[in-house]
Design a protein around this ligand. Structure first.
Ligand SMILES: C[S@@+](CC[C@H](N)C(=O)[O-])C[C@H]1O[C@@H](n2cnc3c(N)ncnc32)[C@H](O)[C@@H]1O
Length: 385
């Protein structure tokens, strides 16, 4: 995910999301630093369609068992531990129009941990803007890892070194996944870097600070042969033309997912749903502003009810559109907060329980956020008479 904040990009409605506690939606590789890079859609990947590409991936998680080469064995020293998913759930395939892509080799259930890998390169928050820091971390890699890194996607060809450009083309933001005072920053993972963007993502990124692992879980059931996609953008409520403009400017590609190039009546109405999401967010945001004003110590019932109505609508829209990961969790979190403001603890428990369900699926039971939600649920339950 990446770090629009860290790379000085426009905030637009993500500011609204902050207030609504919807801030940690972003989940994809970083946008290129605005003003510094002219991103063009180029691919250095081979374009042989439908061929599993395993040459550069011998040390990567899910393919590890079947692809250990002598060289990898020799250099596998500085070695990341084998990731949690041990069987070959995923494969990397070259596509004609979007470079390499990750596919499920068999049906997986929502909540399945698909990938867990330690970063090749990770930077602290204060270093992300510093090309010398990226070069330094790269130079500390073993030769095999350097080769893997240099084969990753490079979104641009000029103005910054290849190593720096590859870092910005593939890094995920870690800030939302660390405890206060934690290290945050961003990281590039060898396998994670091959996951493409989709506007209706089926995987959710999460970083585990304890194990230093980048993890991806299925947020819905994924059929065999389906591509895994994460959402690179926070702004899930934008319509396809806006998304496209941003994708072209910041990443240099045009998404052709079901929401961007609808082939059914249902997906043809995606923009309608996203406009309605935007409107619901706008109303909830206005209520938040009203309630946080100093002149309004206790929120009027009418405002609370308006906010809840808007957020319930938003929740329905997310479910309908299939945005069932972080956006849904954050909406339920906001609903629990508004129910509490109304002293309706039973409703607050209901929404917190629903938030917890999504967190377990999207982040896993041991994730920081999931554990935090569990604690909040216990506290809330004590208030229910
Ligand atoms: C982090 S890389 C993802 C893996 C990449 N396809 C590769 O070959 O390594 C990000 C780049 O992949 C391509 N990409 C990602 N999602 C895409 C999509 N939905 N449609 C077209 N290209 C996409 C873009 O070139 C983007 O800048």
């Amino acid at each position: 995910m990446i770090v629009p904040e860290a790379f000085g990009l426009e905030q637009t409605l993500s500011q609204h999301l902050d207030t609504l506690s919807l801030q940690d939606q972003i989940a994809g590789p970083s946008k290129q630093k605005s003003g510094r890079v002219h991103v063009q859609h180029t691919t250095t990947n081979p374009s042989f369609t439908g061929t599993a590409v395993r040459d550069s991936l011998h040390r990567l998680s899910v393919l590890e068992q079947e692809t250990h080469g002598a060289e990898a064995e020799a250099e596998a020293d500085d070695a990341r531990p084998s990731p949690a998913p041990q069987d070959n759930l995923l494969e990397i395939v070259s596509t004609p129009d979007r470079g390499l892509a990750v596919f499920a080799t068999r049906k997986v259930k929502a909540g399945t941990l698909l990938l867990a890998e330690r970063p090749l390169v990770r930077l602290q928050k204060h270093e992300e803007d510093d090309p010398a820091a990226i070069e330094r971390e790269f130079s500390r890699l073993g030769r095999a890892d350097q080769r893997i890194f240099l084969k990753l996607f490079d979104a641009q060809k000029s103005r910054m070194t290849r190593v720096v450009s590859i870092y910005y083309s593939n890094c995920y933001n870690l800030d939302d996944h660390v405890a206060d005072g934690g290290r945050g920053g961003s990281a590039v993972g060898p396998f994670a870097s091959r996951i493409n963007h989709g506007c209706v993502p089926n995987v959710q990124f999460c970083y585990d600070e304890k194990t230093d692992e980048m993890r991806f879980r299925a947020v819905r059931d994924i059929p065999r042969g389906k591509e895994l996609c994460s959402n690179y953008d926070k702004a899930v409520f934008e319509v396809r033309t806006t998304r496209r403009r941003k994708q072209q400017i910041h990443y240099g590609f045009v998404c052709r997912c079901e929401a961007c190039e609808p082939k059914t009546g249902f997906w043809a109405r995606s923009d309608e749903r996203r406009r309605a999401m935007y409107e619901a967010l706008r109303v909830a945001r206005a209520c938040e502003k009203e309630c946080s004003s100093k002149r309004c110590p206790a929120p009027p019932t009418v405002v609370v009810d308006r906010a809840i109505e808007a957020l319930v609508r938003l929740e329905e829209l997310f479910l309908k559109e299939g945005l069932v990961g972080v956006p849904l969790a954050n909406t339920r979190k906001s609903l629990a907060k508004w129910a509490e403001r109304k002293y309706d603890h039973a409703q607050a428990v209901k929404w917190k329980t629903k938030e917890l369900e999504v967190c377990k699926v999207s982040f896993g039971s041991d994730a920081l956020r999931t554990k935090g939600v569990e604690d909040q649920l216990i506290e809330l339950s004590l208030k229910v008479t």
